[in-house]
Write a protein that binds this ligand. Sequence first.
Ligand code: GLN
Length: 484
Amino acid sequence: MHSETVAELIAGLKERKYSATELAREMLGRIQRAQPELNAFITIEAESALAAAAEADRRLAAGGAPPLTGVPIAHKDIFCAAGSRTTCGSKMLANFVSPYDATVVARLRAAGAVVLGKTNMDEFAMGSSNETSHFGAVRNPWDPSRVPGGSSGGSAAAVAARLVPAATATDTGGSIRQPAALCGVTGIKPTYGRVSRYGMIAFASSLDQAGVIARSAQDAALMLGAMAGFDERDSTSVDAPVPDYVGGLDRPLRGLRIGLLKEFFDKGLDPAIEACLRTALEALRAQGAELRDVSLPNLPLSVPTYYVVAPAECSSNLARFDGVRFGHRCEEPRDLKDLYERSRGEGFGAEVKRRIMTGTYVLSAGYYDAYYLKAQRVRQLIASDFARAFAQVDVLIGPTTPTVAFELGAKTADPITMYLNDIYTIGANLAGLPAVSIPCGFVQGLPVGLQIVGAHFAEERILNVAHRYQRETDWHARAPEAYR
Ligand code: GLN
């Protein structure tokens, strides 16, 4: 059962090959056994999962059950779930039990999915290696001495290790695509506004977007269809119908115009990764796609732009964690100022503090124009570059990451080196575009990701390209030896 995809599990449950309860037990057992090595979960919710599975079995027996009934999933611990501990990877929220459901959580529950637990993540989603989590680093199932990527490293590792067939995730600067690439799984960040952010703990509100990590484009399409759509409780959610993502998967690629970004195939890219990508591009060309060179001249500015905008928004969003309303409170505060200072000083980790300080600085009266306003202008230039590119091509293809998974600890001492991991992913966030990462080969036994970026609301198209590639290749179906 554990090696089956979401699509296969839906069929298996319907045909009574196994019950939702058997399935949940099997996967919970795998999660528990993997936990000492991978640390992919912050909270394992066996009791509520088995109750939900029993309910799923009743619905399946009664007939007319919703599409994902009985399918086991996990949520990144950034999503509030009623009655569940929701930590966001931080000591600040280590004991926070949410009184309500995020829209994503509510929709997947309504679709019948059974939640097995909450996955580990970088603290407040700030990181590219999952090493900033208060609950300890996650390890890559392909090689436990290496990072799984971040910030959705727990979701990516759990899907790669066959602990769940799919998990929710979020992407502010690459946190779905980068860990998906490093763990050899499929991860989609939808268009900004496609999926509700209600109940998703905010990092940088103009960039944050919820999505999914699964093992195939088909499974990602099944999950996204259940999560997406307008939500009146998120003022930036878009009121547009959700297409049938699964229905569009098989469309032939004949005539598809693929743009190769000059700036993505730059000198920072590992030549062995580039070789995997070139082979994949040939496979797409063999299906009738055309390749064209495209340049986005302002794209190299995306990392510095992001590391002004994201910290600015985080410094504002994280002001709510003050020791009064949410989470950690220091012992015996002397006065209000002491309460704020010590609660925040004790509750946040080093990377979060670095971001809050940077953000406060770039928003301060004397520096606002020089940093924040300038970064917003450059962001606009980057978005315009993408818009021009999409007038010429249907999708842009390039690498997801400059290297394969690196050793734990290799980049923790130097934040700038860590930030440069996001060089190929951040552009899509700054421009609000949808993008998917899919496995396209291995370098030294470690997975390589290929990224497909689409125009606004072209989720259907990028999933279609990903699916057509996955029909012809089996990179996405491979599993780490210890977790087959
Ligand atoms: N790695 C990036 C950062 O640290 C992106 C994180 C994310 O997408 N949540 O900010």
